[in-house]
Design a protein around this ligand. Structure first.
Ligand code: ATP
Length: 282
């Protein structure tokens, strides 16, 4: 019998790049939450491992992060069990919304069930870390403080209720090339992560919003000025806070009231390649 795992997109309420480790990896401090825009990963028993998607362009071999997740779990569990995995894509690709990582995490959760492994979320997150630094968070897909190399997940309470407008311009951003361009010798715009965490703890939207920002925004926006234009437009039409997610290029805006979010959404529709109006999952 097939099982279906929801793989939600993530946004970074705060993203702070602290320093580069000697092996080239980055030390992060971020607050992440998930939104109601999701891929669906269908998993059925099969003697072999197969990954297919409805995207028309994503690889269906070990270059797919979902395939990598299945291989990593096979290795960790010393099993040769297979599965037929079909990914129904809805999250824009290479957008800063963690779609590939969320698919990988959904595969880890789904295969854990299908193969009866009995792994805890923490064990699955550990297996996922080798695939991408966003995978451990995506295994939980619940609002969290994420530190270290993406491996330390501290669950926070639900984000104060709000609507999210996502706007993805028609530009491709390579995460590795943005991460390479971070210059730690020059000060980055830094979020006040403590304030974001306190805002969430106090159910205080304004306090959370006051601490938000993304250190990578200035790096990506230098190459793609449309990011700054999208952000300015969102704020002009009433978003209470707006910033880039991940390494971009998607910009998101938050509004507490649906009517206000709808006005921002309408102002972006037609102005930007892909626009969504969704809720935070909490
Ligand atoms: P990152 O987590 O690196 O910031 P992102 O959220 O910006 O990523 P993704 O949609 O995860 O972007 O895609 C990143 C890269 O991973 C793309 O080059 C894409 O081709 C590749 N990829 C591999 N598997 C998948 C998948 N299942 N879904 C989306 N992208 C995938």
């Amino acid at each position: 019998m097939a099982l279906v795992q929801k793989a939600p997109a993530k946004i970074n309420l705060s993203l702070d790049a602290l320093y580069r480790h000697e092996d080239g990896e980055h030390e992060w401090r971020m607050v992440m939450t998930s939104v109601d825009l999701a891929d669906y990963v269908h998993i059925a028993p099969s003697p072999t491992l197969q990954v297919t998607t409805d995207s028309g362009f994503l690889p269906e071999d070990p270059r797919n992060l979902a395939y990598q997740a299945a291989l990593a779990l096979q290795r960790a569990a010393h099993t040769t069990l297979g599965a037929e995995i079909y990914i129904e894509k809805h999250i824009p690709v290479a957008a800063g919304l963690g779609g590939g990582s969320s698919d990988a995490a959904a595969v880890l959760r789904g295969l854990n069930e299908l193969w009866g492994l009995g792994y805890s979320r923490a064990q699955l997150a550990h297996v996922g870390l080798a695939i991408d630094s966003d995978v451990p968070y995506c295994v939980y897909s619940q609002t969290a403080l994420v530190t270290g190399r993406g491996d330390t997940i501290t669950p926070l309470g639900a984000v104060p209720s709000c609507w999210v407008i996502l706007a993805k311009p028609r530009v491709s951003v390579s995460t590795p090339s943005i991460l390479k361009a971070i210059d730690y010798d020059h000060p980055l715009d830094r979020p006040d992560t403590k304030r974001v965490v306190a805002g969430i703890a106090h159910h205080d939207f304004a306090e959370m919003a006051a601490g938000m920002s993304n250190s990578l925004e200035q790096v990506t926006a230098k190459r793609h000025p449309e990011i700054s234009a999208l952000k300015a437009r969102m704020l002009h039409y009433g978003a209470q806070v707006a910033q880039m997610s991940g390494s971009g290029p998607t910009v998101f805006g938050l509004c507490e009231k649906r009517s206000r979010a709808q006005r921002v959404f309408n102002s972006m529709n037609g102005f930007c390649h892909e626009v969504y109006l969704v809720r935070v999952l909490g």
